[in-house]
Design a protein around this ligand. Structure first.
Ligand SMILES: C[S@@+](CC[C@H](N)C(=O)[O-])C[C@H]1O[C@@H](n2cnc3c(N)ncnc32)[C@H](O)[C@@H]1O
Length: 255
């Protein structure tokens, strides 16, 4: 059973506030009246965008995740593959891809097809902001298998979702990592009620992959920002950001 088939558990685990992240996005990329979110899942960002008068269109291939999307004015979702989709309402001002989702596309042609498709949906001067961990496949990498996140999310009914996401191993030739996700729903007394446990193959993006993919799909890399935990400050872009296990935000500007 996939984490994304267990959409209720996923939604409970990823239930942290996102207003601050949306405010940062809007302040960073300029005037935004419309946003496209590929890999949108249950569209947890949609209410925050709509509350700021930003029209929201999400794309995801998981019908279970899309079934949990809040139905409200200003929110449209489309069931489609991120490599090739048609989203209504283009051209968009902003596209947004949080939590490393773009690395679900495990080979370079897939990643490039996705970026070309997103570029086609943006106005010239629009932005695509992706949250990603830079990984270098060629240099030394002592932390190849590491904890990508371990957290607990209390629910309104006294239950807790305990989530853990880690990289088990890497295939450096294939430029992929094998990742393990485990979510447990626990009763107030700690009894485990439901478990979803899954391994995924994800692509690893180095800094030079990012540069090459951006250039090939009609984007310029405008800026790179540190992770939410460290204030999202702009950082010097480059290969020194690789292999430290930290997600960064990359602002791609549509040429
Ligand atoms: C980590 S979740 C992120 C969901 C949402 N953006 C969020 O922040 O909660 C990744 C999502 O990507 C979707 N996904 C994975 N591969 C996809 C593909 N090739 N095309 C469309 N959606 C895909 C999954 O169904 C899942 O909902």
């Amino acid at each position: 059973m996939s984490v994304y088939d267990e959409a209720d558990l996923y939604a409970a685990a990823f239930d942290w506030p996102v207003d601050d992240e949306v405010d940062w996005l809007l302040a960073t990329v300029g005037p935004v009246a419309s946003v496209l979110e590929p890999f949108c899942g249950h569209a947890r960002f949609a209410p925050a965008f709509v509350a700021r008068h930003v029209r929201y269109v999400g794309v995801d291939r998981s019908l279970a995740m899309l079934a949990r999307v809040p139905r409200r004015d200003g929110v449209i979702v489309v069931a489609a593959d991120a490599r090739d989709f048609e989203a209504p309402g283009a051209p968009f001002d902003l596209a947004w891809c949080p939590v490393n989702s773009v690395t679900h596309l495990v080979d370079e042609p897939a990643a490039l097809a996705h970026l070309v498709c997103v570029r086609r949906h943006l106005r010239t001067g629009g932005a695509y902001v992706i949250e990603i961990e830079f990984v270098n496949h060629d240099g030394p990498w002592p932390g190849a298998g590491h904890d990508k996140g371990h957290w607990s999310m209390p629910g309104p009914d006294g239950t807790t979702v305990v989530a853990a996401w880690r990289r088990i191993s890497c295939d450096r030739a294939a430029r992929t990592g094998l990742e393990h996700a485990r979510f447990e729903l626990r009763s107030p007394d700690g009894t485990v009620r439901r478990v979803v446990d899954e391994q995924y193959v994800m692509r690893t993006w180095s800094w030079s992959d990012t540069q090459r993919l951006a250039a090939a799909s009609g984007f310029a890399i405008e800026s790179v920002h540190d992770h939410r935990a460290t204030g999202r400050l702009p950082v010097d872009p480059g290969p020194h950001l690789e292999n430290d296990g930290v997600n960064r935000y990359v602002v791609l500007r549509a040429l």
